[in-house]
Structures are given as C-alpha cells and as structure tokens.
Design a protein around this ligand. Structure first.
Ligand SMILES: [Zn+2]
Length: 136
C-alpha cells in the first residue's frame, strides 16, 4: 500500500496546479476526461472534486482570464480607434465564447492548485481507503 506523500509547500502546490498536476504528488493523471476532474488523485488519493460542482469554481477564473486578456484589450483598441466598433464587438464576443473553452483544463488545474495552496493543511490528510471515482 502506498503511503501518503508529505504535502509540498504552498508555492509548489500552486505551480503543480498551474501545470494541471496533482498539488500533493505532482501526478499528471488528475483528469477523467477533457472536461472532468477525477474525484481523487489515483496516485496519492487527494480529493480533487470535494463535492458536486466544487470545481466549477474554475469558471470565474476562465471568464476572468477571457475578460482581462481578450475582451479588455479589444475594448481598448476600439475605444482608441484602432479597430472599428462592430468588428471589435464581434472579435470580443468570439473570444469571450472560445477562450473559456480553450482554457478550461488549465483553469480547473489552477483552481485545484489555488485551493490547496490556500487550504494547505488539507493536503496532510491521510490517503483514504476508497480511492476510486464513485460517480459519473
Ligand atoms: Zn496525487
């Protein structure tokens, strides 16, 4: 039986999340599919989906990223006359729809990393006995 690895420091947990890896053991196997996290890390048992819908906390990250990195620059380019308003609106809307989908996995991993870097002591919990995905 594998033992629970010691929790990394907060910065390492966040960096692992940014790379879409388990914050505790650095496993890259935290996604069940492109769109869904596993309930637990298959290597160390860390809870990745704390309750139904918990990981949807990544949605505001996706929209914040799209707004700040796409819509705001397009808006400013239109405001200062570099792009006519109608094409700017269409480009901004297209990006606002596409970017959250394109960054979905990234923001899910980031969400897990942010959570465990902030609630750092939860990573010290021992490996649970039932470590499998039990729904979905
Ligand atoms: Zn793990």
């Amino acid at each position: 039986m594998e033992s629970t690895p010691p929790p990394p420091d907060r910065s390492t947990a966040l960096q692992r999340g940014l790379h879409g890896h388990c914050p505790r053991c650095d496993s890259a196997d935290i996604f069940r599919s492109h769109w869904r996290l596993r309930d637990r890390c298959p290597h160390c048992g860390l809870a990745l989906e704390l309750e139904d819908g918990w990981s949807y906390g990544s949605v505001p990250l996706s929209y914040g990223l799209a707004g700040f990195c796409w819509v705001l620059p397009i808006f400013l380019l239109a405001l200062f006359g570099a792009i006519p308003p109608i094409p700017a609106a269409l480009i901004g809307l297209a990006g606002a729809l596409i970017l959250p989908l394109a960054t979905f996995r990234f923001t899910k991993g980031l969400w897990v990393g942010v959570y465990y870097s902030l609630i750092h002591n939860e990573m010290a919990q021992p490996r649970p006995r039932d470590k499998g995905d039990h729904h979905g």
